[in-house]
Unconditional design. Sequence first.
Length: 227
Amino acid sequence: MDAAGKSGVRIFPWVAEFLSDLSGLDGSRPHALFEFEERYGKGYLRGVIGRCWIHMGGRALDTFRPVLRAKTLEHILRENPGGCARELTDTSHFHLDLFGNYIPGLCSGLAIVRDDVGKALSDDKYPLLNILNAEGIRGLLDFTLREYGFKPSQAGCINKCDLCTEIRFFCSRRGTTGHRNSARGSSTTTGINEEINQPRPKERGMTTECSGPFHRSKLRGIKPVVI
């Protein structure tokens, strides 16, 4: 902050309440979170949650995972029986990524190309978003279990966003790939291409999208999301 001020760049801290915490540590180098606990006592990290609003998604999941209770998949599904339309279509607070794409619902790893905002999102281009909008986390879980054989890497998750993130990382690691249709025994290309936080040309979006043909039969009856 001092360096920015000397350079003539005006900034404001988010959140100003933590300035006193930062001033208690050596300002010449970055500090790991455990150093704050060493300086201010055990429970510091958990206390941060009560000091400011934190969207428990993206990197925050890994940051606060050690101090939050994990829930079983069954528990999460019971808590979230419907779709995610409320979160995905909420424009009261939103972000744009560095390519100018709209990030719906503050969901790290999801992006809508700027020119598509305000339109019904096609299943061809945004299959996962439309599933989340209409059927929520249960729909996304069922879809990836059925089509890709998704297997959770952890016994429990913090919330539905945690489970959603894990599912999308699973899809990202697969890349755009064909899956085996068990009924016909043939390979079918779905075209789901999800990349988490990887730079890409603006017109393709930054993260979740479908870059190739997508079989509409898998999404029949799902209403497209409109932001």
